[in-house]
Design a protein around this ligand. Structure first.
Ligand SMILES: [Zn+2]
Length: 238
């Protein structure tokens, strides 16, 4: 097995590790952003719930005040009714009392409806508050976890990056320029292993000439996807 193939294989392994560590490092902040957005939406839901609840309570209070006011007026009218002299006045008072009683009956229904609505809104508000508390808790947990992992991942990345630099230095001179150009542009997909005479990056079947060049340890890029190819461990030409 050529030194070159194993050097490229090793490089590819390290590249994948670097990419994996970078994606793990990016995951924390991404999850935190999502949790922050959820918390913002929860805050908005709590604020909106509170506003609706307050508004409905104020309306119900107004109606109750109006009801009591009209009940007092009915009492006054009844007193007048008991003391009134003329029949015409008596009739007028009776009609007014009946009208007020009718209006109060409608108002009582409205108040009952409003109180039921308040119960419903209160339950919704409590639910929104619980959701908000959960979202805040989740954000705290994610922040703490990300913080705890970050140091570990960063030192791991530092170690693997140094490993990568050492592996790059060990690369044969005729591969270096091609490899460096590709690695800069493509990271881990700069390299691709040959599996069953196929490029494992794009699944293009490779020519016999390509395989021969690889066996001769020449730098070969896949004609389809442009990855620098290398043979798998223990490869034997058929
Ligand atoms: Zn390819």
């Amino acid at each position: 097995m050529s030194v070159t193939a194993s050097a490229l294989r090793e490089l590819h392994r390290i590249h994948r590790q670097v990419a994996d560590l970078k994606s793990q490092l990016a995951r924390g902040p991404r999850q935190i952003r999502a949790a922050e957005e959820l918390l913002e939406r929860s805050d908005a839901a709590v604020a909106a719930g509170k506003q609706t609840l307050t508004h409905t309570k104020v309306t119900a209070d107004d109606k109750q005040l109006q009801l009591r006011h009209r009940e007092d007026r009915i009492k006054d009218l009844q007193l007048k009714l008991n003391q009134c002299g003329s029949n015409r006045e008596y009739q007028a008072l009776k009609e007014q009392i009946a009208a007020d009683q009718q209006a109060n009956s409608v108002l009582s229904d409205e108040i009952l409806e409003a109180l039921e609505k308040i119960d419903e809104l209160q339950a919704q508000f409590a639910h929104a508050q619980a959701e908000r508390a959960r979202a805040a808790q989740q954000l705290d947990t994610l922040r703490a976890e990300a913080e705890a992992h970050r140091g570990q991942l960063e030192s791991e990345l530092q170690r693997v990056t140094a490993e990568l630099a050492a592996a790059e230095r060990a690369l044969p001179a005729d591969f270096k320029a091609e490899y460096e150009r590709l690695a800069r542009a493509r990271g881990e997909s700069a390299l691709a292993q040959v599996d069953d005479e196929t490029c494992s990056s794009c699944y293009q079947t490779l020519t016999t000439q390509t395989i021969n060049d690889l066996v001769m340890a020449r730098p070969v890029v896949c004609r389809n996807c442009g990855a620098l190819l290398y043979l798998p461990e223990g490869y034997e030409q058929r």
